[in-house]
Write a protein that binds this ligand. Structure first.
Ligand code: NOJ
Length: 541
């Protein structure tokens, strides 16, 4: 591989939520062997790479994002031998494998933290962030955890507090300690040597903290019982997140992975596109970065249009477009639910496919499914279980992948899933949609095939086209035009000079006719058109 054409350029990455994708040994928790057996499905879907959420040994307080050993496999997910088989099969199918790396925090069960608890003189003490109590004995500053409560927990053994931006069981590492940097270099090399093609970096914007640990400015009053995410948003995260030294870490990692040809894919939180883009640092730091803001948005066409335009402007090639993930409601649900929500999601996804950078699909997104339904007593996400009351957590997007209409929708051969959920009808499953041209699965497959066969769709320089409608985005790339109408009304659109033909519509059924160089783009629909002379010509990368 050469750096002039890295594998991730224009790649489509499929996110697998390890616990819920496929359970080969029927113990109720998804495993690497289950994933391996389903790889042909992903190859047929037309993705380029697979990203698997954490499968490392973990007590599971945050379902794997609390890692107790970075260089092994949790027995519930399999063994290192299973991992090697998975790598081999992934590559044999022409796919790439991306693993999750969690550098902001470890599990409190990690031997480093257990050693740190022994006291101030232990060599691992400085792997974590310790501060004396405030004069009143309370936490050292006003930082709050993403998952509720203060971002500090008192350690009676030393009468100091340790920092955790997530659960108390997820103590934050101290990235100003060079020994932490060295420890992660070794972890990264370990997985590169085992053949991985990239790393998805968890909370990439979290690592460095303000050296003076100043209070964050408070933006809005906080009341008892408020949703922890609203509490979190009531502060400007000026001192706990998005500190400049983060980018130094990734410039260094860029060099660590370079000899292996591996990619860094950052989970980057800042909503401001310019702050977000600096994690790419003109190609010297993280190769591709999620812009999470869009994956949290409800159906709000004007804001969606602005966010899409904004991040594309700031990060035209380094953004990783993500609409759906294990941390949000499914896009179908956020966008109105059912057929309406699923069509809106495909409308936005089709537009994204025509923008530079990487595309990320979350398991089940290609089926157009809504959130799974989980009984209150089965909820598992700490966002819900630790904040009883009106808090809706992330479980709805984490229910088992619906493969067929078997007892557990084909997740396994009947063992109770770790997150039990309502059975899905056949039409929401892979088996029910496969081969039906009017299904979401086949519409996504066709879209991915078009993107692959027509790289100018994401590669050729963009020319933005004028539109009459306020929530229409239209662009041209060479012999391809994309018109996305996010409005609830059909919208007329004047095509550029020449003969055009519709190659793809995010709506099922016959595409609208073109007359006198003008087309009516149906409401909440994206069309991809090709110049007639080239419409049928094969395009190669
Ligand atoms: C982001 C992950 O995607 C999420 O699932 C996790 O809870 C937090 N980071 C903390 O690791």
């Amino acid at each position: 591989m050469t750096n002039s054409h890295p594998w991730w350029e224009g790649a489509v990455v499929y996110e697998i939520y390890a616990r819920s994708f496929a359970d080969a040994n029927d113990d109720g928790v998804g495993d690497l062997e289950g994933i391996r057996r389903r790889l042909p499905y992903l190859a047929d879907l037309g993705v380029d790479a697979v990203w698997i959420t954490p499968f490392y040994p973990s007590p599971g307080f945050d379902h794997g994002y609390d890692v107790a050993d970075y260089v092994d496999i949790d027995p519930r997910h399999g063994t290192l031998e299973d991992f090697d088989r998975l790598v081999a099969d992934t590559h044999a199918l022409g796919l790439r494998l991306v693993v999750d790396i969690v550098p902001n925090h470890t599990s409190s069960h990690h031997p480093w933290f257990q050693a740190a608890l022994r006291g101030a003189t232990d060599p691992y003490r400085d792997f974590y962030i310790w501060r004396d109590p405030a004069p009143d004995g309370g936490p050292p500053n006003n930082w709050v955890s993403h998952f509720g409560g203060p971002a500090w927990t008192w350690d009676p053994g030393s009468d100091q507090y340790y920092c955790h931006l997530f659960l108390p069981e997820q103590p934050d590492l101290n990235w100003s300690n060079p020994a932490v940097i060295t420890a992660f270099d070794d972890i990264i090399r370990f997985w590169c040597e085992r053949g991985v093609d990239g790393f998805r970096i968890d909370v990439a914007h979290g690592l460095a903290k303000d050296p003076w640990f100043r209070d964050n400015p408070q933006l809005a009053p906080v009341r008892a019982g408020m949703d922890p995410r609203r509490v979190f948003d009531s502060y400007e995260h000026r001192y706990d997140l998005d500190q400049n030294p983060n980018v130094d870490v990734y410039r260094h990692w860029h060099e660590v992975v370079r000899p292996y040809g591996a990619m860094l894919l950052g989970e980057v939180g800042p909503a401001d596109p310019v702050r977000h883009a600096r994690y790419h640092d003109y190609g010297r730091a993280i190769h591709r970065n999620f812009y999470l803001t869009i994956s949290w948005m409800d159906w709000d066409p004007m804001h969606l249009r602005d966010r899409i335009r904004g991040i594309h402007l700031a990060a035209p090639d380094s953004n990783a477009w993500v609409l759906d993930s294990h941390d949000t409601s499914h896009a179908t649900t956020r966008f109105g639910g059912g057929e309406v929500g699923a069509h809106r999601a495909l409308c936005v996804k089709t537009l994204m496919m025509a923008l530079g950078g990487m595309q990320v699909l979350y398991q089940g997104e290609e089926l157009g499914i809504d959130n799974g339904s989980v009984a209150p007593e089965d909820l598992a996400d700490p966002v819900s279980t630790r904040n009883p009351g009106a808090v809706s957590g992330r479980d709805g997007a984490r229910t088992v992948m619906p493969w067929d209409d078997g007892p557990t929708n084909g997740f396994n051969s009947g063992g109770r899933p770790w997150l039990p959920s309502a059975h899905r009808p056949r039409e929401e499953t892979v088996a029910g949609q496969q081969g039906d041209p009017a299904s979401f699965l086949e519409r996504y497959r066709t879209l991915l095939a078009l993107r692959r066969s027509r790289p100018e769709l994401w590669k050729t320089p963009v020319e933005w086209l004028d539109t009459e409608d306020s929530v229409m985005i239209a662009l041209r790339r060479g012999a391809t035009v994309v018109a996305a109408n996010l409005d609830e009304h059909d919208a007329g659109f004047d095509l550029p000079e020449g003969e055009w033909t519709v190659l793809y519509s995010s709506r099922f059924g016959a595409p609208p006719p073109i007359s006198d160089g003008r087309i009516d783009v149906p409401a909440e629909t994206t069309l991809i058109l090709g110049a007639a002379a080239t419409a049928d010509a094969p395009h190669h990368n």
